[in-house]
Design a protein around this ligand. Structure first.
Ligand code: MFK
Length: 635
């Protein structure tokens, strides 16, 4: 028995799990009014009913059955695919014991903190008792514990220490994947912190950001900083180029002061930020559009009176989900800042941050799916309906199996993107790897964001009515999943980013995609049990190649209409190839094969299916608009 499996075996045996109810223990016990206090007299009628053996409508006798709650067990030990993937790829065993211990901590400790963050959301205190403006964002003790934990566990640091070479990102994201659903959304500031560190690293770790870089990537809680990413302004979050109004006024010492209004700043209790603004020239003029945007670094600090320097927190957002985390509207009124990028290179410079946060987003999406499946399958061993446990109802198992297949596809895609990122950061990426990373980052983000909403929603249904009850903690999973397809670029914006990556690389990203997807199938060519899946993926790849050839001859509007279906096709085919490849590994199980076969029952290439139906023909755009507004087709 290897060291690692010995450790895992011991951990399983010794692991304790906790009841997953999503609520801290009740603080107040409500006493039943009908239970007689010692010494009080019971009515004759009550005594008669009691003598008869029952007392209808008595609070003392509401029934003895209580449904058992789902139990959250160590999410690392519970995840066969995660462990299999790491066993297959990681050259060293060291991360296993860390992930195993962290999984134990998540189940027994951190998950409660996450719940505390949800039930004690942040609040904004504008004024001190004597009327001075202070703009304090008050967060729960649990939120602060998450910050310390994140530093101690190296949740950002692992990606920069690179102790495991090209696999460092896979290791880091595996840890975040275990953490995310229990993190009280602390994964959001961590995503931006990681993104900021990446931007600084790519620009150069020197003054004025060398100290910040050290703090973003430290394991020492007392030094650890988080970063914001203040991109969104009132005119909108997608069209950053024309929506950014913030101006940067040059100072005599070479620094700047920022003036603007940031409409949506998440995890606003950050210690620093990276943000976009338009630098004024000597006449005070700015350049419109993307060419006028530069990237700035600003620290969040207070003056001796306790006031934020150059920032007013206007209000906190009242959001559908992610309520654990402060999201604010900020007036920047002279925020001291330093320009990090060349003038006019703001969007391109912050793109590194977008890549990292989009990978974090995808990791959280896969993690949300995994968590709901883990809880649902546990619940199915406890809940009896129609005379047997849910796990013994084939239709229920079919539903959970479909969720499991979606989760597996998402996991493998996300981990493959992390693998590529790790190779790039360790100087091992081939040109093909670099192209794949550029293409698959938006593909993974957009596809897993949508999947997460669908799978988590289905997951809630598997708890019946309890899935809809707030203090089970389950509805929060769905609310938090909903944001994953919105922030960091909506599904359509990212579909257009896929087209951007194709155009900017003159199609090389697609060449890399086809080459690599086919190579993933190679190992399965003689595996008869996988033949239907291989046939499906191979056929879908041919359809996709045909689509690309035809689309290249059409007007740009054609590709824009096809963009979302194209991105979905890229995702589904690639996930199919990854599932097949993983099922061929020597340590693979029969479930790995079955998952690949089931995945390949999807329409793997919806862009071809819809093209055949004329969905992207020029006539469809006015027809779509006429349908939406229910009016005759214009001219
Ligand atoms: C659990 C984890 C959760 C994460 C938590 C995060 C919470 C924070 C919430 C938020 O902050 S949400 C706000 C996030 N905002 C976005 O994601 C913006 C969405 N909009 C886009 O992505 C637009 O496509 C974009 C702003 C990038 C378009 O801007 P432009 O100026 O119209 O783009 P343009 O002119 O095509 O490209 C400008 C440069 O950037 C070009 O480089 P060059 O100047 O060198 O030629 C592009 O190649 C480059 N670029 C654009 N997108 C890129 C990129 N480079 C690499 N990767 C990309 N994705």
């Amino acid at each position: 028995m290897s060291m690692c499996s010995a450790l895992l075996t011991r951990s399983v045996a010794g692991s304790c799990s906790r009841v997953w109810c999503g609520v801290p223990p009740a603080l107040v016990h409500i006493r039943s009014a009908s239970v007689a206090e010692p010494g009080t007299r019971r009515s004759n009628e009550e005594q008669l009913w009691e003598a008869a053996g029952y007392l209808p409508f008595s609070r003392a006798k509401i029934g003895s059955f209580f449904q058992e709650r789902p139990v959250l067990k160590n999410p690392f030990l519970e995840d066969a695919l995660l462990r299999g993937y790491l066993r297959r790829h990681l050259p060293q065993e060291a991360p296993f014991s860390d992930l195993c211990a962290f999984g134990e901590r998540v189940a027994n400790e951190v998950d409660d903190w996450g719940r505390e963050c949800e039930v004690t959301p942040p609040r904004l205190v504008h004024f001190d008792p004597w009327g001075r403006r202070v703009d304090h964002i008050v967060t729960s003790p649990a939120w602060k514990r998450m910050k310390d934990l994140s530093a101690q566990e190296g949740l950002v640091a692992i990606g920069y220490e690179r102790s495991f070479g090209e696999w460092s990102r896979v290791y880091q994201m595996s840890k975040l994947y275990i953490f995310s659903p229990s993190s009280g959304l602390y994964t959001c500031p961590l995503a931006m912190t990681d993104g900021a560190a990446k931007v600084i690293q790519s620009i150069g770790v020197s003054w004025p950001v060398d100290e910040a870089y050290g703090r973003l990537t430290t394991r020492q809680p007392e030094r650890f900083w988080t970063s914001g990413q203040w991109m969104t302004e009132r005119q909108g979050g997608s069209d950053v180029a024309s929506g950014t109004e913030t101006v940067a006024v040059p100072q005599t010492d070479g620094s700047y002061k920022l003036h603007g209004f940031k409409w949506f700043t998440s995890a606003t209790d950050a210690d620093m930020t990276l943000t976009l603004a338009r630098a004024q020239d000597r006449t005070g003029a700015t350049t419109p559009g993307s060419r006028g945007l530069s990237l700035f670094y600003g620290e969040v600090s207070r003056d001796e009176d306790g006031r934020l320097k150059g920032i007013e927190v206007q209000r906190l957002k009242d959001k559908l989900g992610t309520r654990q985390m402060p999201t604010a509207e900020l007036l920047l009124d002279g925020l001291p800042a330093h320009r990090l990028s060349e003038e006019g290179k703001g969007v391109a410079s912050i793109a590194n941050m977008l890549t990292i946060t989009r990978i974090h987003n995808s990791t959280s999406a896969a993690a949300a799916m995994r968590r709901v499946v883990q809880l649902a399958r546990d619940y199915a061993t406890r809940r009896t309906a129609f005379g047997k446990l849910l796990k013994d109802h084939p239709l229920h198992m079919q539903t959970l199996a479909r969720m499991e297949v979606e989760t597996r596809g998402a996991f493998l895609l996300v981990m493959d993107v992390c693998r590529l990122l790790g190779r790039e950061e360790n100087g091992m990426a081939t040109q093909l790897d670099a192209h794949l990373l550029r293409l698959l980052t938006p593909v993974a983000k957009l596809y897993t964001g949508k999947q997460a909403v669908a799978v988590v929603s289905e997951g809630l249904e598997s708890f019946g009515g309890q899935g809809y009850i707030e203090d089970t903690g389950l509805p929060g999973l769905l609310r938090d999943a909903q944001v994953l397809s919105i922030w960091e670029g909506t599904t359509n914006v990212l579909s257009l980013d896929v087209l951007r990556s194709v155009a900017r690389s003159s199609g090389m990203v697609l060449h890399a995609y086809f080459t690599h997807a086919k190579s993933l199938l190679a190992g399965a060519s003689n595996v008869s049990s996988l033949a239907p899946a291989v046939k499906a993926v191979d056929g879908a790849l041919s359809e996709l190649e045909d689509f690309v050839q035809i689309a290249a001859t059409r007007a740009p509007g054609y590709l824009e209409l096809a963009a979302r279906d194209l991105a979905y096709s890229l995702a589904r085919i690639y996930m199919g190839a990854l599932l097949i490849d993983h099922a061929c590994w020597k340590g693979a199980s029969s479930s790995d094969t079955y998952a690949a076969l089931r995945w390949c029952e999807h329409d793997l290439c919806p862009v071809a299916t819809k093209q055949a139906r004329g969905c992207y023909d020029l006539s469809t755009a006015p027809l779509d608009a006429a349908l939406v507004y229910d009016r005759p087709v214009q001219g």
